[in-house]
Design a protein around this ligand. Sequence first.
Ligand code: TNX
Length: 490
Amino acid sequence: MLKIENLIPLPVFIAPTHNEFRLDAAAQIFIAPATTDTLRVANFLADDLRQLTGYAWSIVAEPTGRSHNGIILSLHADPSLGDEGYELNIASDGILLRAAKPAGLFYGIQTLRQLVVGAPETSAQTATTWRVPTGSIRDTPRFVWRGAMLDVARHFFKVEDVKRYIDWLARYKLNRLHLHLTDDQGWRIEIQAWPKLTAIGGSSGVNGKNSGYYTQDEYRALVQYAAERFITLVPEIDTPGHTNAALASYAELNCDGVARELYNGIEVGFSSLCLDQEITYQFLDDVIRELAAMTPGAYLHLGGDEAHATDKGAYIQFIERLETIVRKHGKRMVGWEEIAQAKIPAQTIVQIWRGDHAAAAAQSDVGVILSPAKHAYLDMQYNEQSPLGLHWAGYVEVQDAYNWEPATLLPDIPERNILGIEAPLWSETLLTLDDIAYMTFPRLTAIAEIGWSPQAARNWDSYRKRVAAHGAQWAQMGIPFYRSPQIDWP
Ligand code: TNX
């Protein structure tokens, strides 16, 4: 079993009591009160534990008095736990998990789940009893936006792969999955008003590999799967650059009326929508309307990065007009930091990746998401020998991913403007879920801890020790993680 001190992300308060609770086939899950919300979370726990242990626990309403041999999930809790906090008390005769909101119960379950899964020494206990170390935890997140981004445009990843990625995010209490759905190399989401986007634009990928797209039904299934894990999908349609796949699909989107060739390379910054033609805005209105209809979440990401083939003045006007379209369809626009050059209203969200436009974002007083490439880019190589990844922002070893503090990263951006952090994974060099896993672990867990745990409680020495314990869990889960020389793996 994982020691209670080895949790990732580190909880705000932990008091170990050095005993153990034994789970066995007769254990039950109690819900208080019994509502669709608590039942949903209880079902998630039951399914998860069934997969792990083979036990099929029953879910029982409203325990009266002290229950024996069970786990109580209760929404009768201190309201100061907020939307996502929880309190977990593991005693030798029962487990009590309390939260003010269902998301808090879900995160408490993730904590419990880490403690039940065994390090290798538990292989001996697989027969009949699973143990959990005892103690008390009280835990609330630091930031509201704890995200990861997956680029499904350069290489496409199927629904099942994205579901596995969502599983991993949920484990570490991340709550946003930003999907980079379109780029020069591919258009990955069905838009009914513009069917050639996927018929043509979905047929390519880097080096001609991993083409494809999601139908709207498949996309809705992903939204649902993520929502069951308290993760909000944030879809991105990159504009006005990174649009070659659209420009190859429809000749009329090009200023010269000539369709572009499909693109299989990995250069950036050469394509642009035609900003002085009305059809471009009709196109965007259709895309945004359909995307908004598939998106229960509040956010639509419209890119805005690296528009090197777009005139600067025209770019600024374009972003301002685009924001009004997103707002008309009831959503908040998110964009890469370049959009801060435009006049953007306070509800817009700016995602910083280099920091060049941090001052402009501060000037607009908008919420920001920090994705500093030198720390948070999961597609950067770990070192010169890394078989996958790029290195334009440098090499990002595990310590680089872990050792940074959002509040002091950029002098222009005060903590009150920071909604949170996000780790992007661009897929120019990635073809399989194993490739994704190798780049993700153990760096995404570092980002997850920065997003959740108080700065004062965390430090690299502690993280590297805890990660070593998680390596055994990843191995059990079949995740081919990077065995960084910075960690003393068991
Ligand atoms: C920069 S980060 C990009 C992407 C590339 C990535 C590769 C950003 C907003 N744009 O188009 O995929 O570098 O690391």
